[in-house]
Design a protein around this ligand. Structure first.
Ligand code: AMP
Length: 112
């Protein structure tokens, strides 16, 4: 499958890793939208949040544990935002489930 995030998870494309275990990888976004902007992905391919179901939701739960752990490690105690874009209207550009974590600036709400 020609998926850039599968290739990053497999180490075939380099990334600036923050955390990795057998299930997930966290790495810095190549086009940061905040002073801290990283992505957390399941290593196993899931197309988007629309494909989350009872068979893979344990990976999503684990991703949120990893995000909280990294947030403590990076001192994001002033807050952060977790975003997953889904499909065209959601602004998804990479078809592999990923959670953006943005921090260290005041983020607008609602998003544009
Ligand atoms: P989305 O538009 O929600 O699908 O987000 C995709 C994100 O992946 C964007 O923020 C891109 O900057 C980021 N991205 C794409 N390719 C890479 C890469 N090779 N390394 C790190 N981030 C990437």
């Amino acid at each position: 499958m020609d998926c850039i995030f599968c290739k990053i998870a497999a180490g075939e494309i380099p990334s600036t890793k923050i955390f990795e275990d057998d299930q997930v990888l966290a790495f810095y976004d190549a086009a940061p939208q905040a002073p801290v902007h990283f992505l957390v992905i399941p290593k196993k391919h899931i197309g988007s949040a629309l494909e989350i179901d009872a068979n893979n939701s344990n990976q999503v739960a684990h991703i949120f544990e990893v995000i909280a752990s990294i947030a403590r490690q990076l001192d994001l105690d002033n807050g952060y935002r977790v975003v997953t874009n889904v499909g065209d209207d959601g602004g998804q550009t990479v078809g592999h489930l990923h959670f953006h974590v943005l921090a260290k600036r005041k983020l607008a709400w609602p998003p544009g």
